[in-house]
Structures are given as structure tokens and as C-alpha cells.
Design a binder for this molecule. Sequence first.
Ligand code: A2P
Length: 283
Amino acid sequence: MNDQAPVTEAQKIRPVPTLPDAQTVTEVKHWTDRLFSFRVTRPASLRFRSGEFVMIGLMGDPDPKTGKQKPLLRAYSIASPSWDEELEFYSIKVQDGPLTSKLQHIQPGDEIILRPKPVGTLVHDALLPGKRVWFFATGTGIAPFASLLRDPQTYEDYEEVIITHTCREAGELQYGAELIENIKSDELLRELIGDENLAKLRYYPTTTREESPKMGRITDLIRSGELYKDLGVEPLSPETDRAMICGNLAFNLELKELLEEAGLEEGANSDPKHYVVEKAFLD
Ligand code: A2P
């Protein structure tokens, strides 16, 4: 006997979301076997500041005893700018990671869970006015900067905008390289940010385990002074420089130490200073 209620006409037209806080995947791009990015619909009421993160995820496996499913959520920086109609995320794929082992298989039309409560420290409000802003990233830590670099305020606030991105292999730089290329060539972005402002943007990619035009950890390149020489800029100083850091834990700590040695102090939303740090999602 079939005891399922018949599907009503209204249900056919407007399917009931299967997940709480559901958003629909609109695009997925696989960059390497370890990295992918995806775009999802944006809740109409979601407002965020470029650089912030939200909790996103999928339903976990059913509990073997109760059969109940719980949401499996992780913090993800929003990689799209605050004016974008959709939301973009950039993620690592960990084959035995609880979330990313599943998330890496999403397809357009699938649903993910997105809790619409953006927070984070990598925001302009947490920095005092300065002349030059540095965005230091490793791996997927470039995500919040993908948002900030498409935000006109970044260029309005500073005379120079420098993004450094360090990855193990050259293929892992691709997302960032295309982002920078796109910012400089996309008609809409050029119109929004302005060519004069875009001239302030400098991109400094490096690799550590595979040959590329610039090799080395950014921390070593700072210590040796090579970074400043390559860019033709003065060393970091609290009078002129502001910085945001996002990468793996060891990198964050080492860079923090270097900035402190240079006299920069850590800021927060409630107490803006010279630099801010956030850990990139790792799972
Ligand atoms: P390395 O290859 O020398 O470890 P991961 O993929 O492990 O998150 O690393 C991303 C990038 O960050 C790699 O190029 C890695 O270099 C670099 N990295 C890791 N730890 C540090 C650190 N303490 N300081 C600077 N760079 C680091």
C-alpha cells in the first residue's frame, strides 16, 4: 500500500527546502585535486563586510542509534565581494575530512546549509588608517582577500594594496592568479573600482615545493628583505603599513611575530590597530 501523501500542485512549483538555511549551488570549479571553489545563492537578507566568514556545511550522516542527522558546519570566508548577488567560497578537499570529503562532490542545483550570521576580524574597521595595506595569504587563506580585493573601499582607503600568496605548488596559485587577472580586466570591476585605483594593486605569488618564477616562504622573503627589494618598497612600519593575515596556523604565528618585531600591533573590530589575523579553514 502506498501511504505517502499525494504531491500537491503548490509543492510541485515550489519544492520545500530539504535542509535548514538551504542555499542552492550555482557553480562549481575544481582547480586542482586539492582545491575547488563554488558559488551559491545569497539569502536576500544577508549583509556582510568584505573579509567576513559564515558557517556553511551539509547534513551529517544519520546517527547509527537514533537515525537523526545533525548539520556538519565549518567556518568559511566569503570570497565574493559584498556587492555580489551570489556568494563564493574557496575550499580545500581533504579526502577523509568530515565535511570536505562530501562537499567536494557538490554540483549545481544541490543544496548546502548556510547560517546567515557573518563575523570575522579581517575587516577594514579593525585597522587604523594607513598608507599601504598588505594581505598575506597561504593556500585557501586567499579567500577573504578575494572579497576585499573586489571591494572599492580597499583602494579608497590605501595608496598601495599588496597581496602575497604562498602555496606549495604552482597549480595552487591559479585561483588567485585568475582573480587578479579578472579584477584588472573585467569591465564591471574596472568601472566599479576605477583604473586609477586598480593601479595600486600588486600581486606577489610564491611557491615552496614546485618551481615557479618566485620561490620561498613569504616569512623568509620578509626576513631576507627580498620581498621589499622585489617590490621596491620600504620595510614594514607602523606609521605607514597595515596588514591582514590568513593562512595555516604556523604561518599566522610566524608572520604575526615578524609584524610585532616591526612594531605593528594587533587590532580588533572594537579596537582598530595595525594588523589582524584569521586562521584559514582546515579540515
Ligand atoms: P612549505 O611548503 O615550506 O611548508 P599548507 O598547504 O601546508 O597549508 O601550506 C601552504 C603554504 O604555506 C606552503 O607553501 C607552506 O610552505 C607555507 N607555510 C607553512 N608553514 C609556514 C610558516 N610557518 N611560515 C611561512 N610559510 C609557511
